[in-house]
Design a protein around this ligand. Structure first.
Ligand code: CAA
Length: 414
């Protein structure tokens, strides 16, 4: 029996900040961002967007035409949780009209937890192959302004339907694992932005990669040369290039050029979105599937998933014949291109005053053109809306201009 990803989709935020704008405002040579870390743009959520709205937007198309009663589990992976108790996936479950006969939980281990969710989903489906599991990874990467991590922020969500009909990618059973108690990146409960020891985080990422690879091989995994492509967790795309060259050298099997060819096209979307923490490696998969010119049917794809703190997993999947019929390439490119460009002062406003962190009751003015929005916080409860869709405004730079969504909405108070 083959198990894996039957359907996959992603969503990102309403706004985008070019790193050229950040470079100019902070007096940094733009080449450091474009070349040194390999990032061009970063997604910035509107005040009425969060991990729930992006997750629901990503998952909605994946559920089209599905028998919702077959989805008896939702696994929501995030490290930008909105509540210490309630799983964000419960809001998404409601917004998408999923069956009440369903278990919903939230998973956390920095950027790694989506991979844990995927593997747990595969195990659940192995036990009950007639059931499906909805795996969602959704995150907003936020660092302090003027910190080393600032240009590596971003936002996005991926939804994957895991089943015994893996029309996109069959997951192979062997995994290489590595856990080490390190303090490279973390976010205490009292902070809205992450703390990071940047250079150290890169070195422990590479250590985890080598250790997970060694374990993968010891567990009976394939040699590196038998992979066609490789997807990395990408806090910034340059790291994936360095990581795969590190692995090529460690395994002694590939030249730098051959290593670079194996990660081709996995970086395209991430370069334009920024770090999406748990979602990043799977946005890399979509970037590969949707941007590679050649037919990848039968291709073996390696995945390196890393979550600071740290847990890492290296595993493989095989792209299925006919996968192209499952893709939503134009929708995903539109997700990236529809974003409205913001100036530096708007970015500062959004960054420094993220909604809901201060407590108190407030309505949140409509900003997003997406199908779901955070409408208000009342009595410490988040209230989400499903928004009647209208076309995006023609003037993409007019941030703060007239609302881009109809206020005539079907309000869902949860
Ligand atoms: N033109 C071209 N390149 C330039 C340049 C210019 N004008 N100016 C600088 N560069 C190059 C530098 O030479 C350097 O290249 P190398 O890495 O090849 O040496 C690169 O740009 C970056 O420059 P710095 O090392 O000086 O950059 P920095 O110290 O300010 O920031 C960083 C780098 C510490 C990784 C920072 O981006 C950061 O803190 N990021 C957040 C943490 C992170 O993402 N860590 C990754 C591993 S942890 C993880 O994966 C989990 C997660 O998601 C966070």
């Amino acid at each position: 029996m083959q198990l894996g990803i039957e359907n996959i989709s992603f969503a990102t935020s309403e706004y985008v900040l070019p790193l050229a704008t950040l470079a100019e405002a902070t007096g940094v040579e733009v080449g450091k961002f474009h070349v040194g870390i390999g990032q061009e743009l970063m997604s910035v959520p509107a005040a009425d967007e969060d991990i729930v709205t992006m997750a629901a937007t990503a998952a909605q198309p994946v559920l089209e035409g599905q028998d919702l009663s077959a989805i008896r589990t939702v696994l929501f992976a995030t490290e930008s949780g909105i509540d210490q108790s309630k799983a964000a996936g419960v809001y998404v479950h409601h917004l998408l009209g999923l069956d009440s006969r369903c278990r919903v939980i939230e998973l956390k281990q920095a950027c790694y937890s989506a991979t844990a969710a995927l593997q747990m989903a595969v195990a659940l489906v192995a036990r009950r192959p007639e059931q499906k599991v909805l795996v969602i990874a959704s995150d907003v990467a936020r660092y302090d302004r003027d910190s080393s991590g600032e240009p590596t922020q971003g936002a996005g969500a991926v939804a994957m339907l895991v089943s015994a009909n893996p029309a996109v990618l069959a997951i192979e059973p062997v995994s290489g694992l590595h856990t080490a108690d390190v303090m490279d990146f973390w976010r205490p409960n009292y902070r809205s932005t992450a703390l990071v020891d940047g250079k150290y985080s890169v070195s422990v990422y590479m250590e985890a990669l080598r250790a997970a690879w060694d374990d993968y091989r010891e567990q009976g995994g394939h040699e590196l040369a038998s992979f066609d492509r490789f997807c990395y967790h990408q806090p910034f795309t340059r790291l994936a290039v360095k990581a795969h060259r590190t692995l090529a050298k460690h395994s002694g099997e590939l030249s730098n050029d051959a290593a670079d060819a194996q990660i081709a096209n996995t970086l395209d979307y991430n370069r334009q979105i920024g770090n999406t923490y748990t979602a990043s490696v799977y946005i890399g998969l979509l970037s590969l599937l949707e941007n590679a010119a050649d037919d990848l049917s039968g291709a073996r794809v390696g995945f390196f998933s890393y979550g600071s703190g740290s847990v890492a997993e290296l595993f493989a999947g095989v792209v299925q014949p006919g996968y192209r019929e499952m893709l939503r390439t134009s929708r995903h490119r539109e997700q990236i291109q529809r974003r409205r460009e913001i100036d530096h002062s708007t970015y500062v406003r959004l960054h420094d005053h993220p909604e809901g962190l201060v407590g108190g009751d407030h309505d949140i003015a409509p900003e997003t053109t997406g199908p779901f929005r955070l409408a208000a916080i009342r009595d410490h409860k988040r209230i989400y809306e499903t928004v009647a869709q209208v076309s995006a405004p023609a003037d993409a730079s007019a941030v703060g201009a007239s609302p881009a969504v109809s206020t005539d909405t079907a309000t869902t108070a949860l």
